[in-house]
Design a protein around this ligand. Structure first.
Ligand code: ADE
Length: 236
């Protein structure tokens, strides 16, 4: 998978690329490349944004800047790029990221992520250049960069070779294998700590019973989530 990230802060993504599951995927031929749209601005002084028409606080990313940056990167007019690859604008009001969308994106061979800053994008960027608008939650970040990192992290761990043999993304929270429910609770040694014990069934070695116990706990957690609570039975 080849991911291009359009951002004013390419250096932030060095950390992401050094994470083990991401670096594993990068080592097997995938790529994360950043395009600094300040380097492609047709305006003087590296200007990339401007004040909103109609007034109001903040700055808006300019459509002519994205036009230049996308055109320079892909060698076709910016509005044609989305015919070749998904061009995802990151914004708080977009389609909410969930496991199904991560699976969908992990199936793409090429992706472009556009990180907005300040008040976000001139709407014509969304209308004419983007194929999708994606949000990681209904809250406002200072820019799309953390959202781009969340998307890269979540989808790279689904790619072959990301995780070690002993790990698997198959039975993870919200996966089809768990019918979209959160994962069951995990325990490890010591079996008893300060009188806090581990459920007996997990120590039994009885695989079918363990499987059944896990499936039940996972369903319970799913039910609690759908009722609007977290997965913690104490309600925290
Ligand atoms: N940019 C600003 N806030 C965002 C959010 N919640 N999700 C995606 N991109 C964003």
């Amino acid at each position: 998978m080849r991911i291009d990230i359009f951002t004013l802060f390419p250096e932030w993504f060095g950390w992401l690329s050094s994470q083990r599951h991401v670096s594993n995927v990068l080592a097997s031929g995938s790529s994360i490349e950043c395009v600094n749209f300040r380097e492609h601005t047709p305006l003087t002084g590296g200007q990339v944004d401007d004040t909103p028409f109609g007034g109001g606080a903040g700055m808006v990313l300019r459509v002519d800047v994205l036009d230049s940056a996308l055109g320079a990167r892909y060698g076709v007019p910016a509005e044609r790029v989305r015919e070749q690859r998904r061009v995802i604008a990151l914004a708080p009001g977009g389609r909410l990221l969930d496991d199904a969308l991560v699976d969908e994106l992990a199936g793409e061979s090429e992706l472009t992520l556009l990180c907005g800053r300040y008040e976000g994008f001139d709407e014509r960027i969304i209308e004419h250049f983007a194929s999708d608008v994606v949000s990681i939650g209904r809250y406002v970040l200072s820019g799309g960069e953390p959202a781009a990192m969340v998307i890269c992290d979540a989808l790279m761990r689904k790619l072959p070779g990301a995780l070690g043999h002993e790990e698997s993304a198959e039975q993870e929270s919200f996966s089809a294998a768990l019918d979209g429910d959160p994962e069951y609770p995990h325990y490890t040694r010591p079996a008893e700590f300060r009188g806090w014990t581990v459920p007996e069934v997990l120590l039994s070695g009885h695989h079918a019973r363990i499987e059944q116990w896990r499936r039940e706990r996972s369903r319970e957690r799913g039910l609690r989530l759908r009722e609007g609570a977290g997965t913690d039975p104490s309600g925290r």
